[in-house]
Each structure stands twice: as C-alpha cells, then as structure tokens.
Design a protein around this ligand. Structure first.
Ligand code: ADP
Length: 306
C-alpha cells in the first residue's frame, strides 16, 4: 500500500531562472508523472511489487492521464479518489542551465485525501498487505490515519517525511521506519542547520539517533550522492556508500529509494539487504529523465545488483 501525492510535473528548461516579475522563455515544455506517493508506487511496481496506491486526482484530462500512467506501470489505482472539487495536482518547474530549479506546486486534489478515505481503504485491504508506505504531501489528518491504521493492524509502516509536517512528530511513537533525507532528518529531530548551511554527517547521525530513541525503529537517511545512513534500534549505525551512477536528473531519487525499500521489507527481506537494493535502484533512477524515467524494472535491478 502506498499513500501520498500524485502530480503532473510540467518542466520548462530556460536560459536562467526568472527573477520576480520576469518572464523567461525556453524552447518547449516537458511533462512528467510526479508526486512523491505516485512516484514511490511506480518504483515499487516496476521493481516487481503488487502495489495499491491511494491518493486523489481531479476529474480532468491530466488526472486521467496520470492514472493511466500509473496503471501502465502495473499500479492498482482502484482506491484513488477522482475529485470533482479540485483539479489534479501540478508542479510547475523551471530548470536553469546548471540544473538548478524553481518549483511551484498546486496541490489540487491531493488536498482532498481525507482521513475517512484512508481509513476506509486501509480497513479493506490492510489485512493482506505486506507493508504501508506513507509520504506527507497529502493532508496531515490523512497521514495520521494511515500510520495509525498500519500500527493498529500490526503492518509495518514506512514513513517518508517529505516534507516534514507537524503531525509527523506525533506519529513517531507508533514506530514507523523513517526514510528522511539529511535536511528532513535534522528538521524532524528539531535541529535544523543554520540558514543555507550544508548538513554535516555527524549532525545528521546524532539527529537520526535521537529519532531512533523515539520510534524504536530503524531510521534510514538518504544522503544523495553520499549514499545512505542506517541507524538501528540499539544504537548501531552504518554508512552505505552510493552506487556508481550516471546522473541526468535526480528528481525522484528519494521516492525510488523509499518505494523499493518498502517493497523489499514487505517481502520479508532484512533491513541491510533492503537498503542495498533500494540504494542500487535509486542510483539507476538518476540516469533517466523526470522522476520516473530511470526507475529500474526488476530485471534491470537484478542485473545491476550482484
Ligand atoms: P531526496 O531526493 O529525497 O532528497 P536523496 O537526494 O537523498 O533523496 O537521494 C536518494 C537516494 O538516491 C540516495 O540515498 C542514493 O541512494 C541515491 N542517489 C541520489 N543521488 C545519487 C548519485 N549522484 N549517485 C548515486 N546514488 C544517488
């Protein structure tokens, strides 16, 4: 089970990022499937999982296309709400010459995912689920309902706190496995770095230990091109180096990581091996365009992962 947002990413590559009030012109527009929830669902399905995604789209053409794309990747979308109240979520992305970007998201129908929808869907399917992956671009009450339902059913919950929203702090005691990136790890532990400062590895490690002390479960911190940091209950930790990668577009690397990690854990793979597989999948994902272009199939993952 995967819960979170689905968006359509619209990308314009421009000679520079626009200043306030300025218009910049690029040669065209590229459209990619996006949203952290939907991306993670695709990553897990491509890697061979049987995945049911819960979220919401609008009753519009881009929403129908977003659903078709999920279905083409084998994701079960029968639990997705088609909202007549809001349009499908969009991310408007301008990419500058160095790959830097500027993004505005219109959350649209993602804001219509209610606690009631989540609770009803999960009550139906949780007993047969191997795991629940939740990300936080949907209303906080829906995030809370999902984590509580998983806990109540005794099904492992993987919580990707992206972005960090206040309700996450209230859910830590239910023991989710957390998959923050470095900045999210520090923010969640209440230790954000000074403005603009790059998080230091030992600060991130300390913050992850503090989170483990509250959750009593593993905290798996993604470090971008520096790999992954795993902190286990009991206090042991390990740095897993990155896999070699051809970097074209790192959008969605974290979603690939959490989707494949959740799938491996749901299949009963131990945490260390699950992290190794997810690290390999995420390294492959950055070679393709858009969030989903490089996400590997099960065969590609086996070929890359000795
Ligand atoms: P997010 O997109 O959520 O910020 P990260 O940037 O931390 O996530 O990336 C998630 C994971 O993707 C990393 O932990 C790593 O496994 C993989 N990854 C990202 N960038 C690279 C890279 N340049 N080389 C190899 N692996 C990478």
């Amino acid at each position: 089970m995967v819960l979170g947002a689905v968006n359509v990413d619209m990308v314009v590559r421009a000679p520079r990022l626009p200043a306030p009030g300025e218009t910049v012109v690029g040669p065209g527009m590229e459209r990619f499937g996006g949203g952290k929830g939907a991306n993670a669902a695709v990553a897990a399905a491509r890697a061979g999982g049987r995945v049911r995604y819960i979220g919401a789209v609008g009753d519009d053409d881009i929403g129908r296309q977003a659903l078709r794309e999920l279905q083409d990747d084998g994701v079960d979308t029968s639990g997705v709400l088609v909202s007549t109240a809001s349009p499908t979520g969009v991310a408007l992305i301008v990419v500058g010459p160095g790959g830097e970007n500027q993004i505005a998201v219109g959350a649209g129908a993602n804001g219509d995912v209610s606690a009631e929808l989540v609770t009803a869907e999960l009550a139906r399917v949780l007993p047969g689920a191997g795991g629940v992956l939740v990300s936080t671009e949907i209303p906080e009450e829906a995030v809370a309902a999902a984590v509580r339902a998983a806990h109540g059913a005794g099904v492992r919950c993987i919580l990707n706190p992206a972005p960090v929203v206040p309700v996450v702090a209230e859910l830590l005691g239910l023991g989710p496995v957390l998959t923050p990136n470095a900045g999210e790890c520090l923010a969640l532990a209440g230790r954000p770095p000074a403005d603009g400062a790059e998080p230091k590895r030992d600060q991130v490690l300390d913050a992850a230990h503090a989170l483990v002390a509250v959750t009593g479960a593993e905290v798996v911190v993604t470090l971008g091109a520096d790999g992954v940091l795993v902190v286990r209950p009991g206090g042991t930790s390990e740095h897993v180096p990155p896999r070699p990668a051809t970097v074209r577009d790192t959008t969605g690397a974290g979603d690939t990581f959490s989707g494949v990690l959740a799938l491996a854990l749901a299949r009963g793979v131990g945490l260390d091996d699950a992290v190794r597989i997810a690290n390999a999948a995420a390294a492959l994902s950055v070679a393709g365009e858009g969030a989903r272009g490089g996400m590997p199939t099960a065969d590609e993952l086996v070929a890359a992962e000795p």
